[in-house]
Design a protein around this ligand. Structure first.
Ligand code: SF4
Length: 436
C-alpha cells in the first residue's frame, strides 16, 4: 500500500515536499555489509558473524580479496544441526570464541554479529556477549549487534554497531563541552576534518568510531555530537540517552554541505562564521575547481535514485545544487525527518521523494522518466543496463571516501564516470571495435 505524507513545513523551507511512502518488494543488501568498512576502521576489532554459508559468502564477496595477514572478520557457520536445535548453539559459540581469542591476542573488541539464521532460531547473542565478557574482559570486550537482513537496509549495520558501542564509551569528565563526530569515515577524511576543526578553534574533536578500542570518545551531558552519516538513528538515540546533544546540520557531502556542517559545529561552540570562512578558504577553492571539471558533463542530466543507502537525500542535494543535475525521483529506504531537516530544506521545490520500496511500481516510474543516470543496488544495475539505462552502484558511494572538501571532486566523478562510459560505448569507433 502506498501513501503520500507531507513533510512538516518547517522541515522544508518554503516548499512542502511530499513523500510517497511505499511498502512492498524490496531490493537491498543486509546490515552485514557494514563489516566491510567497519573492520577497516576499528583496527583492533573482530567481527564474528553468527550465520550461514550465505552470510559468509555475502561478506567475503563484498569485501573482495583479503589484504590482512590476520583477518578481522569471520563467520561462525550455523549448520543444520544448529538450526534444528540438535546441539547447544551457545556451547558451540563459546568454543569458537575461545579458540579465536586464544589465537588472536591483538583483538580488543569482539563483535558477535547476528544474522537472519541466528535470529530465526532466537539465539540470544546479548546473553552470549555478557557471558563471554565475564571470561575475556577487560582484555577483550565482547559486544553484539544484528546485521540481519530482516526489515533492514545495509547501512543499518553500521548504526547497530555504533549503537552497541555507545554504552561502553567512557564518561566525559572535563568541564569544557566536547565535540564528537559520529559515523565511520575513511582515515584520510577523518584526518582532514581533524585539521579543519583545529584550524577553526576546535582542536580536541573526537570521532566515533575511533581507530582503536582504547581511543573511543568520552561522552556526557556536555557532549555535542555531529552526524557525518544520515543513517545513524539508533546511535543518535543511544548518545542522547547518555546526555549528548545533536548539532543540526546538513551532511558533509560536497563543498556546500561540508561548509554548512562545519559552520553548524562552529556556531554550537560560539565560534564566528568568519573564522570558518578563513580556515576553509583554500579547501573550498580546491573543491570548487574540482567540481567545475565535472559540471559541464553533469549539468542538466536527469538522475533517478532507487532506495539503498539512506545517503540519497544529501547526495541529491549535492548533485542538484552544486552540479546542476535534475532530480526525477529521490528514493530512500528510511527518511529520518529530524536528522534530514536541513537537507530537505535545500532540495528543489516539488522534488519527488519516496520512502521505502515497491520495486515494480518504482521500476515503472523509472522507465517512464527515462533518466540519464540511475543510482541503484547491484541487483538492479545489470537488468537496467540491459534495458539501455546508465547506472551507478549505490554501494560504491558508501565504500568510497566521499566526505569533505577534498573529496567533492571524487564524489562528482563517481556520477560522471558511468555517463562517460556510456557515451564512449555509443561512439561509432567503439561500436566498430565491438563488431570486429
Ligand atoms: S544476514 Fe540474512 S540477508 Fe544477510 S546474508 Fe545472512 S541470510 Fe542473507
Amino acid at each position: 500500500m502506498n501513501t503520500v505524507i507531507p513533510l512538516r513545513a518547517e522541515a522544508s523551507g518554503c516548499a512542502k515536499p511530499e513523500v510517497l511512502q511505499e511498502r512492498g518488494q524490496r531490493e537491498v543488501f543486509c546490515g552485514l555489509t557494514g563489516i566491510v568498512w567497519l573492520h577497516r576502521k576499528i583496527q583492533d576489532a573482530f567481527f564474528l558473524i553468527v550465520g550461514s554459508r550465505t552470510c559468509a559468502h555475502l561478506v567475503q564477496s563484498a569485501a573482495g580479496v583479503m589484504i590482512f595477514a590476520e583477518p578481522r572478520f569471520a563467520t561462525a557457520i550455523m549448520e543444520e544441526r544448529d538450526l534444528a536445535g540438535l546441539v547447544d548453539a551457545h556451547e558451540e559459540l563459546d568454543r569458537v570464541v575461545t579458540r579465536l581469542l586464544e589465537r588472536r591476542s591483538d583483538i580488543r573488541t569482539l563483535f558477535l554479529v547476528g544474522s537472519c539464521p541466528s535470529e530465526v532460531i532466537k539465539l540470544d547473542l546479548a546473553r552470549a556477549a555478557e557471558r563471554l565478557n565475564g571470561r575475556f574482559a577487560p582484555r577483550t570486550r565482547v559486544l553484539n549487534y544484528s546485521g540481519s537482513g530482516i526489515e533492514t537496509t545495509f547501512t543499518q549495520g553500521e548504526d547497530a554497531c555504533l549503537a552497541a558501542l555507545v554504552p561502553t564509551l567512557p564518561v566525559a569528565t572535563g568541564k569544557a563541552p566536547g565535540l564528537v563526530v559520529v559515523g565511520a569515515l575513511a582515515d584520510v577524511v577523518e584526518d582532514q576534518f581533524a585539521r579543519l576543526f583545529a584550524a577553526i578553534g576546535l582542536p580536541h574533536v573526537q570521532f566515533l568510531p575511533a581507530r582503536r578500542s582504547d581511543a573511543m570518545p568520552a561522552v556526557g551531558p556536555d557532549t555535542r555530537y555531529l552526524l557525518a552519516q544520515p543513517f545513524l538513528a539508533d546511535t543518535a538515540r543511544a548518545l542522547e540517552r547518555r546526555g549528548a546533544r545533536r548539532i543540526a546540520a546538513p551532511f558533509p557531502l560536497g563543498a556546500e554541505g561540508t561548509m554548512q556542517w562545519l559552520q553548524a559545529a562552529a556556531a554550537a561552540f560560539g565560534i564566528d562564521a568568519a573564522v570558518v570562512e578563513r580556515a576553509t578558504a583554500a579547501s573550498r577553492e580546491r573543491a570548487t575547481a574540482a567540481l567545475a571539471r565535472h559540471r559541464a558533463l553533469l549539468q542538466g542530466k536527469r538522475i533517478f535514485f532507487f532506495p539503498d543507502s539512506q545517503l540519497e537525500p544529501p547526495l541529491a542535494r549535492f548533485l542538484s545544487r552544486e552540479l546542476g543535475m535534475v532530480l526525477t525521483e529521490v528514493g530512500t529506504p528510511y527518511l529520518h525527518r529530524e536528522h534530514l531537516a536541513e537537507e530537505l530544506a535545500l532540495l528543489p521545490e516539488g522534488v519527488r521523494l519516496s520512502e521505502g520500496q515497491h520495486l515494480d511500481r518504482q521500476l515503472d516510474r523509472c522507465r517512464a522518466e527515462r533518466p540519464d543516470l540511475v543510482v541503484c543496488g547491484l541487483g538492479l544495475a545489470n537488468p537496467l543496463e540491459a534495458e539501455g539505462f546508465t547506472t551507478k552502484w549505490a554501494i560504491e558511494l558508501v565504500f568510497s571516501p566521499i566526505h569533505g572538501f577534498e573529496q567533492a571532486g571524487d564524489l562528482a566523478e563517481l556520477f560522471a564516470r558511468p555517463l562517460r562510459r556510456r557515451s564512449l560505448l555509443a561512439t561509432p569507433a567503439v561500436n566498430a571495435v565491438k563488431a570486429a
